[in-house]
Design a protein around this ligand. Structure first.
Ligand code: PLP
Length: 411
């Protein structure tokens, strides 16, 4: 009989979002008169902007014409898209990249999982806690961990707690690690790293021969000047960091699918026999064999994000979400709830009042205000006692939710 990859059996069953749906459905059934507002999702709500749609349509029309038809494209993405991203998104930051250093993909979730392919299993991996669950679970799937303990920690992974006490910026691991996941602006905490803090991580990685996976999926939501948008703004980062970006949150591509990974030519890792190998060549080999590129119309749509009109339109949508974030943040503060994030990220991370557990707060918020959010404990053990609200949503709903929390909370 064929055998399964038994690492999958170590995974805890997907619990968070099914459990949220279960509780919301039960509540809706018991209280059909209540209008429920959902601020729990990590998905955008606004449609694609017109400039992106035009390019998308044009891309489809090209496929209908015999002289503009496109079949298989380069596995790494079309040069015109890569060059546009380099010129428009990296050069203004003072970051020079070569076309060969950027790989267009179907999204950052996939890339953050696939990148593990080119690293040995015995690397020690450090991840934040709480964290985007994909980092943890993909390491379990590939076989880098033992079992999960009662708290929810897998044997073999180094967890870096991110709490109020450390300002949601993890301390450097005490033991030697080889791979470090960093996500700034952070999902779920909304925290960002300053230039000095990021420099600390780059210096740490260089001193310890570690590789940083830098997830910048939310960089477009940074509003404060001086906060780095790319880890390559830090000197030396090209020798220690892989950066992931996505069009998902930036431009509403969650259903369209497009992202990118930067693997600098200078970045090397050990071959285990005293030599060093360029990770760029390995990733290129991996993508060429296991991936066949992002569809042509999608890449045309992605390029339009960086046209003058496209970017102005995309920025307007981001500003809209960030105004939602401000309304939520200030409303919670006015209700006496301590909260973080929401300034450089579309997530507000709040400390549950009165020492409530994340799930108890979920139930109270649903019961008293008919508002749905995400329990912090679902993102990792150190998320216990916290709660995430998302700024993706319609303005009227956001305002209503905040008003209900201000009037209803604690009654
Ligand atoms: C949404 C999100 C992504 C983007 O994933 P895609 O696969 O590009 O849609 C990546 N990282 C984090 C932390 C996210 O929240």
């Amino acid at each position: 009989m064929a055998r399964i990859n038994a690492n999958y059996l170590k995974l805890k069953a997907g619990y968070l979002f099914p459990e949220i749906s279960r509780r919301v459905s039960a509540f809706a059934k018991a209280h059909p008169e209540r209008q429920i507002i959902r601020l729990g999702i990590g998905d955008v709500t606004k449609p694609l902007v017109p400039a992106v749609l035009d390019a998308f349509h044009q891309g489809v029309d090209d496929l209908a014409s015999s002289d503009r038809f496109h079949g298989y494209g380069p596995e790494q993405g079309y040069d015109w898209l890569i060059q546009t991203i380099i010129d428009k998104a990296y050069k203004p930051l003072g970051v020079e990249l070569d076309v060969s250093e950027m790989f267009i993909s179907d999204g950052s979730k996939c890339d953050s999982a696939n990148i593990l392919d080119i690293f040995a299993l015995d690397n020690v991996v450090a991840i934040g806690d709480p964290v985007y669950p994909v980092y943890n679970d993909t390491n379990v799937m590939i076989g880098r961990t033992g079992a999960c303990d009662a708290r929810g920690y897998y044997e073999g992974i180094v967890y870096m707690p991110c709490t109020e006490e450390n300002g949601f910026l993890p301390a450097f691991p005490e033991q030697k690690v080889d791979i470090i996941y960093l996500c700034f602006p952070n999902n779920p905490t909304g925290a960002v790293a300053t230039r000095e803090q990021l420099k600390g991580w780059v210096d740490y990685a260089l001193a310890n021969d570690a590789v940083i996976f830098f997830d910048a999926a939310y960089e477009a939501f940074i509003t404060e000047p001086g906060i780095p948008h790319s880890i390559y703004e830090i000197e030396g980062a090209k020798r220690c960091a892989i950066e992931l970006r996505s069009f998902s949150k930036t431009a509403g591509f969650t259903g369209v699918r497009c992202g990118l990974t930067v693997v600098p030519q200078e970045l090397k890792a050990s071959d285990g026999q005293g030599g060093q190998v360029a990770l760029n060549a390995l990733w290129n080999r991996r993508q060429s064999t296991k991936f066949n590129g992002v569809s042509y119309p999608v890449q045309r749509a992605a390029a339009a994000v960086y046209s003058a009109t496209g970017w102005a339109q995309v920025q307007q949508v981001i500003d809209f979400y960030m105004e939602n974030a401000r309304i939520i943040r200030e409303g919670l503060q006015a209700a006496g709830i301590r909260c973080y994030g929401g300034v450089n990220a579309p997530y507000i991370w709040l400390k549950t009042p009165a020492g409530l557990s994340s799930w108890d707060f979920f139930d109270r918020l649903l019961d008293q205000c008919s508002v749905v959010g995400t329990p912090g404990s679902g993102f990792g053990p150190s998320g216990e006692g916290y709660f995430r609200l998302s700024a993706f949503g319609e303005r009227a709903n956001v305002e209503q939710a905040v008003e209900r929390i201000r009037n209803g909370w604690g009654q």
